[in-house]
Design a protein around this ligand. Structure first.
Ligand code: SF4
Ligand code: SF4
Length: 280
């Protein structure tokens, strides 16, 4: 198995464009880990075959047994518990499922329950396997769902993980255990700022990475010199083009493949040439 995560830092840089087009071109499994806004399926149009509810463990407080000692509230760093006149009040959307509150409750008033946070689906787009994690509306804790879609989609071969924007928990969960990161960079002020933050994360984690510059005019001196200074490989770029923007806006994968075909072959070849993919 060889895992390639496509990440970007800033949202809207064209991460899903690259992940769907590249995975479809090579027939790699596509895993949508952007569980707060999964939209790879809009391009790949899979026929869904399986669906799995994903739940997390949460505390269940028996108010009759509770002595209102406050130990669970003092313990909870997530501020998911607050003391009221009638006992601890629980805010499930803030809970990180550590169950430390259960451990510190000497009255044994806390037991375990579960709560659904989202769904993982598996489907096929022709021969290509497609997975998607989708967080339920109003849910805020995405890493358990990202963990689940990665775990369920494990199999021999190459997987392309379409990561979430940002460089925080959701991105880190996507990056855990991967072999290679493909960074999609946007040569705008905000794009470069977030790109640099993501590079710092990757280098701290020791993950090898390559870069594709999207919406390129070919003269992005700042981002190109930064890529050089950080010893990243620049795989290539996508030109700032009306036809590509139109294909992307219409979710037209075939048009995107037509537009990007030589580049996709080149980028995939460079990733595979790193030589590790086929050794595992
Ligand atoms: S399980 Fe952990 S995060 Fe959730 S309420 Fe208990 S202490 Fe807080
Ligand atoms: S630790 Fe147990 S007894 Fe104390 S406030 Fe929390 S639930 Fe109640």
């Amino acid at each position: 198995m060889y895992d390639i995560a496509v990440i970007s830092g800033k949202g809207g840089t064209g991460k899903t464009l690259v992940a769907t087009a590249l995975s479809a071109y090579y027939g790699w499994d596509y895993i949508d880990c952007d569980v707060e806004a999964p939209n790879g399926a809009l391009f790949l149009e899979p026929v869904w075959e399986e669906s799995y509810d994903v739940s997390v463990t949460i505390p269940d407080i028996d108010q009759k047994k509770c002595t209102k000692c406050g130990a669970c509230i003092r313990f909870c760093r997530s501020h998911a518990l607050a003391l009221t006149m009638s006992g601890p009040m629980f805010s499930p959307e803030l809970c990180h499922s550590c169950m430390g509150c259960e451990v510190v409750c000497e009255a044994k008033a806390i037991t375990r329950s579960t709560r659904k946070i989202g769904v993982v689906k598996q489907g096929r787009a022709g021969e290509q396997i497609v997975w998607e994690g989708r967080l339920d509306i109003q849910e805020q804790i995405a890493p358990p769902l990202i963990h689940k879609v990665k775990a369920l989609s494990r199999r021999d071969g190459i997987r392309m993980l379409d990561g979430p924007p940002g460089a925080s928990c959701n991105c880190i969960e996507t990056l855990k255990g991967i072999d290679y990161a493909l960074l999609v960079a946007e040569p705008t002020r905000f794009g470069i700022h977030d790109f640099k933050a993501t590079v710092e994360v990757l280098q701290r984690l020791g993950i090898p990475a390559g870069v594709v510059i999207n919406r390129s005019f070919g003269d992005e001196e700042e981002i190109r010199s930064y890529i050089g200074r950080k010893n990243l490989s620049l795989l290539g770029s996508i030109p700032f083009s009306e036809s590509i923007a139109r294909a992307y806006g219409q979710g037209d994968l075939q048009m995107l493949l037509n537009e990007l075909q030589p580049s996709l072959k080149e980028w995939g070849g460079q990733i595979l040439d790193r030589g590790e993919c086929c050794k595992r």
